[in-house]
Design a protein around this ligand. Structure first.
Ligand code: HEM
Length: 195
């Protein structure tokens, strides 16, 4: 069994990306649930009815979006952080760090090929999210709507990848890659006891 030692740079980038994705997921979760503009608008509407006041539906949505904005700003900040982290991740192989693994390698087992393809599909999806996110924020107005339609689909692959990744790591830890979790945290090589 091949025991991979993860370098300090590898571990820092790995955990920075993991934490950023978790924070990003929280902003998406809040936007889809508690801070959903329709929920917030309904709360304001309810309150105003009780005080004998009234706002149009459009005004209620504008107000709801304004309330949500300080939370949503964090999606954009974390998005920029991820642009930086993934740029570093894609540049590092040129310096001999965090090398990409080749799924076409003839010596790979079917399982290893699936693992490597999963990462490649994930990276392609992330690039699409980052590029569409940047265009929504910084690009021309006429591209905003079509980019949003692609960008919002990101939630599906993100949740799927996190679930597959966690399950994969746990299975590896308890089968043929004992110590993989401590190696990606502390970088240490595990000593495998022979009975
Ligand atoms: C891998 C990185 C990213 C993922 C997985 C992601 C995911 C998402 C998802 C799922 C939504 C929709 C939330 C909803 O339906 O309510 C969203 C919206 C949005 N994201 Fe991202 N995002 C990423 C990066 C970025 C970046 C880099 C930026 C900009 C710097 C950005 C800017 C936005 C904006 C402005 C919206 C709102 C679009 C709208 O109003 O419909 N995102 N993102």
């Amino acid at each position: 069994m091949e025991i991979i030692k993860y370098s300090k740079v590898y571990r820092i980038i790995h955990w920075a990306i993991a934490v950023s994705f978790m924070l990003l997921l929280i902003t998406i979760f809040l936007r889809l649930t508690w801070m959903n503009k329709f929920n917030v608008a309904a709360i304001i509407k309810d309150y105003l009815i009780g005080t004998g006041q009234n706002l149009s539906d459009d005004q209620l949505i504008i107000l709801a979006k304004k309330i949500r904005q300080p939370m949503w700003d964090w999606h954009i900040y974390i998005g920029y952080v991820l642009v930086g982290l993934f740029s570093a991740r894609f540049i590092l192989p040129a310096f001999g760090q965090m090398k990409f693994q080749n799924p076409f390698d003839k010596n790979l087992t079917a399982k290893m090929k699936i693992q490597k393809w999963t990462y490649i599909i994930f990276y392609v999806c992330v690039i699409v999210s980052l590029v569409t996110g940047l265009i929504i924020e910084l690009g021309p107005k006429e591209l905003k709507k079509p980019m949003e339609e692609i960008h919002v689909l990101g939630i599906y692959y993100l949740i799927a990848f996190i679930a597959i990744h966690l399950a994969g790591v746990l299975i590896a830890e308890f089968t043929n890659q004992k110590g993989i979790i401590s190696r990606i945290i502390s970088g240490s090589k595990t000593k495998i006891k022979k009975h």
